[in-house]
Structures are given as C-alpha cells and as structure tokens.
Design a protein around this ligand. Structure first.
Ligand code: DX5
Ligand code: ZN
Length: 215
C-alpha cells in the first residue's frame, strides 16, 4: 500500500476542516501543509495559526513543508503549532545543520527538500541527521504543475544514497503526482507521495484518496 500525504494547497479553504476529514477517512498517512512566504517562492499561503487550528480536528500527523526564506526564524512557532515533520529547503537556510538540529531538539522529525535543479551533494554532510528527504518534482510554489521527467533518475540516485547511508530516512516526492504516474514514482524508490490537485481537485475526495492508497 502506498503512503500518501495529501497537500491541502489544492483544498477549498472555506471548508478546510471538512476536506481534511475526508482525506483521513480515505486513509491518508499525513496531512502535507505547504507554507509559502512570497519570497522563497512566488506565492503566499498560511502560517502557524492555521496549523494550530486544524491540529484540533484531526489525529493525522502534520508534514509541514516550509517554502520560506530563513526558516530558522520560525522553527519554534511551527513546532508549537503542532507540526510532526518540519522540512526546510536546503537553499533557504544559511546554516542547514544548525536548522536541522533545532527541529530535532524540539522533538520533531527533520526533513530537507531539494528543488529540481539542486544537486544531491547538498546531502553529503547532513544525511545522518535527517528523518526525511523531499525531492521536488516541480519548481515549488504552485499546485497543479507537471512532473519533471528528469526527476525519475534523481529519485533512483537518492534511493541508492539513502540505502547506503541512512536507510531509516523517508524518501518523499512532491509535485505533479497523479494516479497515472504514482506507481512509476514508487518504483523509482519513493516511500511517501505528496498529492495535491489529483486528490483535492476531485469531487469525491474520500474515494480518490482510497485509490491512491490502493496503488
Ligand atoms: C508545490 C507544493 C506541493 C503542491 C503539489 O510547491 O510543494 O505540495 O501542493 O501539488 P500537485 O500535486 O498538484 O502538484
Ligand atoms: Zn509541498
């Protein structure tokens, strides 16, 4: 069974609570929360207050994807709002090692995200400290973009590195994942799929979530 983290970026925010309940009913493993600041990416979403509020309505773990500059300034706030995993972009933080240690010192799982053009060698001296690696398969900022085909090779390489250096790491993939390419992404070595528009863009969110779980 595939592990999935539906991204609420494509949800209807006027009924965010209800839609999260639907992915929970469909068997989602995490809620993926895309935080954007209008600087690191050309879009703005939400911050800790929304996370704190939705924390009350679901037991699903919160997988928080920070697409913000200098995430180190806000780690504590996101941790206290109820995040379970906090992922930062390697390019957005000056002292990646320090930021990862801070996430872990707050009792949270720590992830690093790599943009499509970011080479895998940014993982070299940090991989032992990570709980999750997020490989972006679109340029971050928006839902509904197309999967970049070159990322398939990057995924296979990342899988090899993880297996060799720290097999406990969760390999997550985010962007352009649809029902018709999800199996290929899993076969390339992914452990956890982020899916936005292909779940929340459907009328029946519960059954669409179940379909992904059945892969
Ligand atoms: C993009 C976000 C994604 C986005 C994925 O910057 O990180 O999580 O919601 O959406 P889809 O699945 O529509 O590509
Ligand atoms: Zn994301």
């Amino acid at each position: 069974m595939a592990k999935i983290a539906p991204s609420v970026l494509s949800a209807d925010f006027s009924k965010l609570g209800e839609e999260i309940k639907k992915i929970e009913e469909g068997g989602a493993d995490y809620v993926h929360l895309d935080v954007m600041d209008g600087h690191y990416v050309p879009n703005i979403t939400f911050g800790p207050p929304i996370i704190r509020d939705i924390r009350k309505i679901t037991k699903l773990p919160f997988d928080v994807h920070l697409m913000i500059d200098k995430p180190e300034k806000f780690i504590r706030e996101f941790a206290e709002a109820g995040s379970d995993i906090i992922t930062v972009h390697a390019e957005a933080t000056t002292h990646l090692h320090r930021t990862i240690q801070e996430i872990k010192s707050l009792g949270k799982k720590a992830g690093v995200s790599l943009n499509p053009a970011t080479p895998l060698d940014v993982l070299d001296y940090i991989i032992e400290d990570l709980d999750l690696i997020l490989i972006m398969s679109v340029n971050p900022g928006f839902g509904g973009q197309s999967f970049i085909p070159a990322i398939m090779d990057k995924l296979r390489e990342t899988r090899e590195i993880i297996d060799k250096k720290n097999p406990d790491i969760i390999l997550q993939v985010d962007g352009g994942i649809k029902l018709d390419n999800a199996k290929e992404v899993l076969d390339a070595g992914a452990d956890l799929l982020v899916v936005g528009s292909d779940i929340f863009g459907h009328e029946d969110i519960v059954s669409r979530t179940k379909k992904f779980k059945e892969i």
